[in-house]
Write a protein that binds this ligand. Structure first.
Ligand code: SAM
Length: 262
C-alpha cells in the first residue's frame, strides 16, 4: 500500500511546509486535504495517510480511523522504577556506558528504557523495517517534549530504517554489547495499545536462523529475545527462557562467551 502525506483541514503555513519536507524526505506524494475526512481521503487516494498536524505526525493505515502517533508508552512508567530491576535491563545485563541495538524498534518504548539505562556514555540504535513507522518514531524521539525526564534518552536514540539482518550484516563482529529483538507476536493479543492501529501494517516477519547467527556475531555480551509465553522460539533458537509468572510474554537470553567465538 502506498503512503501519501497531507495536513489537517485548515493547515497552518508551518504544517504545509512540514508536509513538503516529509514528502521530500520519504519520497511520497503530498496531497491537499481539501476538507476531506480521513476515511474519505483513504478511499479517494487508495493510500495510507500521514497527516502533519501542528505538533505531531499521525499515521492512518488504510481502513483505520484511529491514528498511530509517537508516545513513550510503557517507557513512561518503567523509567520511574529502579532501572536495574526492569526485566529487560536485568535479563540483558545492560549497564551504563553499554551499546544497545534494538533490531525491532516499533514504538521505541524498550529502546527508551535502554537509553535511559546506558546514559550519556552509552549508545542506542533502533532498527525498524517499516519506513513510515521508522520515520514517525524518529521524528517523535527528536521532538516529543512532554516528559522532560526522558528527553535526553529519547534524543540519543539513532533510528535506522532497514531490515534487521541487512543492518546487522553491515556491523563488525563484537561491536555492540546487547542485541535485542521483539518481533510481532503471532498469537492474538486482545489488549489495546498505541500500537493497535499498526497491527495489520507493521512487519510480521519472524526470527530466522540467519538473524540469530548475525546477532551472535555482532553481540559482545548478550542477545535478548522477547516473545509470547507460548512461543517455542526460545528453545528453537537456543535462548535460555526467563520465566515470568502471570505475564503474556517472556524474555530469553543467549550469553556470549568469548571462547565460543574463537
Ligand atoms: C512488537 S514491535 C516492537 C515493539 C518495541 N519493542 C517497542 O518497545 O515498542 C515489532 C516491530 O519490529 C518491526 N520489525 C519486524 N521485523 C523486523 C525486521 N526483520 N527488521 C526490522 N524491523 C522489524 C515491526 O515493523 C514492528 O514495528
Amino acid at each position: 500500500m502506498k503512503t501519501i502525506v497531507t495536513t489537517a483541514y485548515r493547515p497552518t503555513s508551518s504544517a504545509l511546509a512540514w508536509a513538503n519536507r516529509v514528502s521530500a524526505e520519504l519520497e511520497i506524494l503530498q496531497v491537499p486535504r481539501n476538507k476531506r475526512s480521513i476515511d474519505r481521503m483513504q478511499e479517494d487516494e487508495q493510500a495510507d495517510l500521514l497527516v502533519c498536524l501542528k505538533e505531531r505526525l499521525e499515521f492512518y493505515p488504510m481502513g483505520k480511523t484511529e491514528p498511530f502517533f509517537f508516545h513513550p508508552n510503557s517507557a513512561a512508567f518503567r523509567t520511574k522504577r529502579p532501572l536495574e530491576q526492569d526485566p529487560l535491563i536485568e535479563v540483558a545485563g545492560l549497564v551504563p556506558g553499554d551499546s544497545f541495538l534494538d533490531c525491532t524498534l516499533g514504538l521505541a518504548s524498550d529502546s527508551i528504557v535502554a537509553s535511559q539505562r546506558v546514559g550519556q556514555r552509552g549508545r542506542v540504535v533502533g532498527c525498524e523495517s517499516h519506513p513510515v513507522l521508522a520515520y514517525v518514531v524518529a521524528q517523535g524521539l527528536q521532538q516529543y517534549s512532554n516528559m522532560p525526564h526522558l528527553e535526553e534518552a529519547m534524543r540519543r536514540i539513532e533510528v535506522v530504517s532497514c531490515q534487521a539482518v541487512s543492518f546487522l550484516q553491515t556491523l563488525p563482529a563484537d561491536s555492540i554489547d546487547v542485541i535485542y529483538m521483539d518481533p510481532m507476536f503471532t498469537e492474538e493479543i486482545t489488549e489495546a495499545s498505541n500500537f493497535t492501529p499498526l497491527r495489520g501494517t507493521a512487519d510480521r516477519g519472524q526470527l530466522t536462523v540467519q538473524w540469530v547467527a548475525e546477532a551472535k556475531r555482532v553481540a559482545r555480551k548478550t542477545v535478548v529475545l522477547k516473545a509470547h509465553f507460548r512461543s517455542q522460539d526460545f528453545e528453537r533458537f537456543g535462548f535460555i527462557r526467563r520465566m515470568r509468572p502471570n505475564t503474556k510474554f517472556h524474555y530469553g537470553v543467549i550469553s556470549i562467551e568469548p571462547e565460543s567465538k574463537q
